[in-house]
Design a protein around this ligand. Structure first.
Ligand code: BTN
Length: 258
């Protein structure tokens, strides 16, 4: 299966203009985000994708480890957006994953704010966006996407109660190559829409499973509790607290549902 992930197999007749037209593939790598950041610093063309058969030090959000064995997707896409588009990358990445999962498997996934992708309440995909600024301009942004595709969660006790995979939901293997190619197409569609001045905010908001729920959110050292009322156009979460006040949370992690 891994042989299918050669750069040629990924790029051949890929219906994109630039996303995934250059692919750097490693069968085993520490972290695709780390290598993508080095490639971006060295001036890689926009849309370059770094992809790994497996990662040995996959990075999660909030300094967590991301489990990334063979059979899953671990890839990072290099972009050079202007600063105004940066907050939308969170929306773009999760929407591209939801769309491609639906197209390839028929499964309906939801987004847990800000950008975890869930199926039946369990995490199937994590997204880590890292960017570097030079003054007021974006030097580069790297969108790192990890999707549990052909993984048996019960083989990994550390995630077995919280994670799922596409094969687990479907009861059969899923084509990694097919899903990767579709993901690259969806990323480009959404990115071109953004560049053309369109908005992807409404589709992202409507895909959020978090809204309308009582949540606890860890943001830095602060814990917020309240009703997830809405999201702002910049992607931040609007939380109605028990005293009636509205907190705007720019970055955080939803840690429990009541
Ligand atoms: C999270 O949910 O905590 C984010 C997980 C992000 C994992 C992906 S896998 C590809 C890319 N390379 C990394 O080291 N991390 C991201």
């Amino acid at each position: 299966m891994e042989g299918n992930l050669s750069p040629d197999a990924i790029t051949s007749n890929l219906e994109t203009r630039f996303i995934g037209q250059r692919v750097i593939y490693y069968s085993r790598l520490t972290s695709t985000n780390e290598v993508a950041k080095q490639e971006a610093q060295a001036g890689a063309v926009e849309g370059t994708v770094v992809i790994a058969g497996k990662q040995t030090m996959g990075k999660g959000r909030r300094k967590r480890v991301w489990l990334s064995p063979k059979g899953n997707i671990a890839l990072s896409v290099i972009l050079y957006p202007d600063i105004a588009k940066l907050p939308s990358l969170i929306m773009l990445a999760s929407l591209a994953v939801v769309r491609s999962i639906k197209a390839v498997t028929g499964l309906v996934a939801q987004i847990k704010w800000p950008n975890d992708v869930l199926i039946n309440g369990k995490k199937v995909c994590g997204i880590l966006i890292e960017s570097n600024m030079l003054g007021d301009t974006v030097d580069y942004a790297v969108i790192g996407i990890g999707v549990n595709v052909n993984l048996s969660p019960s083989d990994f006790p550390e995630i077995s109660s919280t994670a799922t995979s596409l094969s687990n939901e479907l009861g059969g293997e899923v084509s990694l190559l097919g899903l990767i190619r579709r993901l690259l197409v969806e990323i480009e569609r959404l990115y071109l829409a953004l560049l053309a001045g369109g908005t992807i905010y409404e589709e992202w908001r409507d895909g959020l499973v978090t809204l309308g729920k009582e949540v606890r959110v860890a943001s830095g050292k602060t814990i917020y509790e309240g009703m997830a009322e809405s999201v702002a156009r910049d992607g931040s979460l609007l939380l109605r607290c028990s005293d009636g006040s509205l907190s705007k949370i720019v970055a955080g992690n939803v840690i429990t549902y009541d």
